[in-house]
Write a protein that binds this ligand. Structure first.
Ligand SMILES: Cc1ncc(COP(=O)(O)O)c(C=O)c1O
Length: 395
């Protein structure tokens, strides 16, 4: 099939499209919860799986199917399920394959809600966990128990942009028969391909770069067909995390422009990182595209570009962070990321406020830590915005 050879920018405009009898240019939104059958026999055959076709929108529907196929093409995955949010994807990917008595090893640098699923929700069902500093491969090896079934990580991490060696983790998991789930939100499907690196399951919050325009929540789980058939298929049908077809359509429109947006966002993030690194009021800049990133060698091997995010620390702590955020005009204060609008957040008082002081310190989140998500604005306007706002920060 010709589409197999398409490069990402082409896949994201045309991949998975099916047209109705009207031959519409833009993908159609099939806002229907059900489907009708020509006869009772046809309904029986569909339910028995003897004929192809949709049954009920909680199981699958045409607009969602287009979104899932397009994501599969981009990710190099055999199959996918689109979910109502990123957290629905994470929770389903973890829970669908585990039972009481199983054990998860997870990198401790996880988005707050992901950590809650591992630390609080899973144990309620008798699933044990170990949280580790995932940057060091020996920690994964040491944490393995005879009942370890899942390794879970995000890379780069939120908010300190630590990087984990996915191929190294996958090798350890394969040796003990565990599955590796990668939350690839921060990298985007364009800058990092976890399945190619040996991971088994990839999850996204499509709310971030995939929509990219701050309109809707969404998520997706991608893997090989055998894993989806064995673990996710029934879980998905019967617990109902399905994405709304309207949001699937919004996401289909969003990913058409993903490569253009991620290119501009990465360029903007890189310029802001370099600018901030020169400023006396800034103690530290962490940016995966810079040579001074602590894991620059792994980034070189496993990522195709820097990042759309920059993490930095102001010398003046929380007061300085708040002063900077409040003085920015173009960059908006918001805890979302991957949007075409530049956004900034203070993790210690927002996204990571539920962690203890010690847990925040372990992750490198200090009172002066700020996370910047680059938008697609003109890069010089963003540099000017930061330059002006930094003047409001007392030295
Ligand atoms: C790394 C990561 N994973 C998962 C999620 C959850 O996504 P959603 O908000 O779409 O449920 C987020 C949201 O911020 C995230 O940053």
């Amino acid at each position: 099939m010709m589409s197999k050879n398409w490069r990402p920018a082409t896949q994201l405009v045309h991949g998975g499209t099916t047209r109705s009898a009207h031959g519409e240019t833009s993908e159609a939104i099939f806002l229907t919860q059900g489907f009708v059958y020509e006869s009772s026999e046809a309904a029986e055959a569909r339910f028995k799986g003897e004929t192809d076709g949709f049954i009920y929108a909680r199981y699958g529907s045409p607009t969602n199917d287009m979104f899932e196929k397009r994501m599969c093409m981009l990710e190099g995955a055999e199959d996918a399920r689109a979910t109502a949010s990123g957290m629905a994807a994470v929770a389903a990917a973890i829970l669908c394959q585990l039972r009481a008595g199983d054990h998860i090893v997870a990198a401790r640098a996880l988005f707050g809600s992901c950590r809650w699923v591992v630390e609080t929700l899973a144990p309620k069902y008798g699933i044990d966990f170990t949280l580790i500093d995932g940057r060091f491969l020996e920690n994964w090896e040491k944490a393995v128990k005879p009942n370890t079934k899942v390794f879970f990580l995000e890379s780069p991490t939120n908010p300190t942009l630590e990087v984990i060696d996915i191929a190294g983790v996958a090798k350890i998991a394969n040796a003990v028969g565990a599955k590796v789930i990668v939350d690839n939100v921060f990298a985007t499907p364009l800058l990092q391909k976890p399945l190619e690196l040996g991971a088994h399951i990839v999850v996204y919050s499509a709310t971030k770069h995939i929509d990219g325009q701050g309109r809707c929540l969404g998520g997706v789980i991608l893997s090989d067909k055998a894993w989806i058939d064995e673990h996710l298929h029934d879980y998905f049908r019967h617990t109902g995390p399905a994405l709304s077809p309207f949001n699937a359509w919004t996401l289909l429109k969003g990913i058409e422009t993903l490569p253009l947006r991620v290119r501009q966002q990465t360029e903007n993030a890189s310029k802001i990182a370099d600018f901030l690194a020169e400023q006396g009021k800034v103690a530290k800049v962490i940016y995966p595209g810079r040579k001074d990133h602590p894991q620059a060698d792994i980034i070189e091997r496993q990522m195709k570009g820097g990042s759309t995010l920059v993490c930095f620390e102001l010398k003046g702590g929380k007061e300085a962070a708040f002063a900077l955020q409040n003085a920015l005009e173009i960059v908006k204060i918001s805890n979302n990321l991957g949007d075409s609008k530049s956004l900034i957040t203070h993790p210690a008082t927002t996204t990571h406020k539920n962690l203890s002081d010690d847990a925040r310190a372990e992750l490198g989140i200090s009172p002066g830590t700020v996370r910047f998500s680059a938008g697609i604005e003109d890069s010089q306007d963003l540099v000017d915005d930061f330059a002006r706002a930094l003047k409001a920060v007392s030295a």
